[in-house]
Design a protein around this ligand. Structure first.
Ligand code: BTN
Length: 272
């Protein structure tokens, strides 16, 4: 996956991030202990992937002020203007549990609860991994695995949080929101980063120790649109329509359509 070939020379970690992480340190486990900060990178996921290939430990975290080639799911661009968002990626060493396909759901629960805690806003999850306020997206998550001889070597878990209003392209402008835009007051990105890393460390530890049953229950509680919503998706037979009926134990979206239950494991689902 790594597209990052330039020498990786991080800059000094800004004081706002240092202060917030120092306060949270005892609760972060390995997350953010090794933090690499860049004013500008292509994609923090690529930098973290490169570090992981070079042997970086689990929890190694890459943060950038701006990304020139930030990417989202389904090959989309993740607009990453300077100062408008938190762009971060964490190296995970998966071990046995949970399966890589479930990492984004685990991360979605952790990050949704983190953003709820730091902002007090009603941040919800939309399958598979959009964090939304109302119908507008405030955070996206991109988990990318690197495999060798059939087994996962590492996973890079990237997340982008919209901190303040930005000049998004017209097609995104009415589908995106930001924490500051919703709150009408400044938000400390260090607190958002520390809260996010703490929640991720916590949920990933829980998944390893106790499995993901309780995390999936929390996901369901945070994702009311995963039951009873009209959706449209592209199948090999063309555009299909149906009604969401929850997720299964593997994180697939269940949709009732034409009297049958379909399992959707990826691709684009449009909420009507
Ligand atoms: C999505 O909703 O489509 C996922 C967006 C993920 C964006 C983050 S920003 C930090 C990390 N680096 C990237 O290039 N992408 C992720």
């Amino acid at each position: 996956m790594s597209r990052e070939h330039a020498p990786l020379v991080p800059q000094a970690v800004p004081a706002d991030l240092q202060a917030a992480l120092a306060g949270a340190r005892p609760r972060l486990g390995s997350f953010g202990q090794d933090l690499r900060f860049f004013t500008s990178v292509g994609s923090t996921n690529d930098v973290a992937d490169r570090l992981a290939l070079d042997g970086a430990a689990e929890g190694t975290t890459v943060v950038a002020d701006t990304q020139t080639a930030g990417r989202g799911r389904l090959g989309r661009t993740w607009h990453s203007p300077p100062g408008a968002g938190l762009y971060a990626s964490v190296v995970l060493r998966p071990g046995s549990t949970p399966s890589p396909a479930l990492w984004t759901l685990v991360a979605g629960v952790g990050l949704a609860d983190a953003l709820r805690r730091v902002s007090g806003l009603n941040v919800l999850v939309k399958w598979p991994n959009d964090l939304v306020i109302g119908r507008k997206k405030v955070c996206g998550i991109l988990a990318e695995g690197s495999a060798s001889q059939g087994s996962i070597r590492h996973v890079v878990l990237g997340f982008g949080v919209n901190l303040r209003p930005a000049a998004y392209p017209a097609d995104l402008a009415d589908r995106a929101t930001s924490l500051e835009g919703e709150l009408g007051r400044p938000v400390d990105r260090g607190i958002v980063l520390a809260g996010s890393l703490e929640a991720l460390a916590d949920r990933i530890e829980e998944a390893r120790a106790s499995g993901i049953g309780a995390i999936l229950d929390r996901w369901r509680a945070l994702a009311p649109s995963s039951i009873g919503s009209q959706v449209e998706w592209r199948s090999p037979d063309g555009i299909r329509r149906g009604t969401t009926a929850g997720i299964d134990g593997d994180g697939a979206l269940l949709v009732t359509a034409g009297g049958a239950v379909e399992r959707i494991i990826g691709g684009e689902v449009r909420w009507m």
